[in-house]
Design a protein around this ligand. Sequence first.
Ligand SMILES: [Fe+2]
Ligand SMILES: [Fe+2]
Length: 357
Amino acid sequence: MSEPFARFTLGVSATLTWGEPQPSPELATLVSNARSHAWSPAELDWSRAVDPREPAAANAVLARVLEYPVQDDAALVGQVLFHTNLHLLSQTLHGEQGALLGAAALVAALPDLEAKTFAATQVNDEARHVEALGRYLSEVCGARYAPAPGLKTLFGQVFPSSRWELLLLAVQLMIEPLALAGFKWLRVSNSRDPLFADLLQRIYRDEARHVAFGLRLLKPVYADLDEATRREHQQFAIEVARQLSAAFAFDEVRKNLSLGPEWATWAACSRGATTLKRLLFSKIVGTLQKVGLYSATVQAAFEQLGVLGPFAQLVELDPEPASGIDVLPDALRSQREEVLAQALEQARERRAQKGQR
Ligand SMILES: [Fe+2]
Ligand SMILES: [Fe+2]
């Protein structure tokens, strides 16, 4: 059995409902989609994985996009890129476990049976995400980072909350949209791996459904809220954002690779690192706007965190993964197919060589 990294007290109360269910076509569709789109990690073709440590032709382009303090040291660029993505993916895995716990708490706490039913499908989804991402980290990456301090603090703030609305706000409208945006970046930067693309596409579709569920439940709540409670929820959202921002400072990567002080400066205030963080937050702004929580105070707090910028516009939540990687810089987009084809060819050759031995 794996060691627990932290214990939390759940603050919500469990509810049972005896009344006649109040059918909601929107929730019924979400439940039906969850059932018909269910998948298993075993369905993925794990033999197609491309080693993410291998030097990629795209690395130099990504290093320029992120404005790494070194550009010419290809080996170091490859290492930093691999570890930055490994860190992001590891935090996503730990976040998935948080979402699993959050969904289970929602099953208990939500007052409406149909909403409980959807949350139950989400429990199944999140357990699948934990299993699939964990397997990818173990089998393909061969390593993982521990939960960042900001993530632990975040869980410590979210789970003891006694109101399901706050749990829903943090998990469905902030943590999950951040993961959705993170997947876009991961697909860009690890675009050579068809297994990874397949995995993220499946998780992305599930997560988009979870976000839609959060919006469906919270929109009416926030449309009818007194001003003092609204301010309390906004303050909570600011705190969640603060911890999420801290969780993706990549400090652990710098320490792990014994990188020099120029990397601390890069992580703290470079245009490249800021751009990545803005991308991660881009969907959070959209969901908060959609439920009417994105006030001038929230905006000012986000500005202070440095998470608003070119990527922070309202992003439509598409139930399907974006056809593209709409964040991809032109220079990289034109190379993507070529790089992917090269990687597949190399993987085929390696498998053929292994087969001959
Ligand atoms: Fe998930
Ligand atoms: Fe989710």
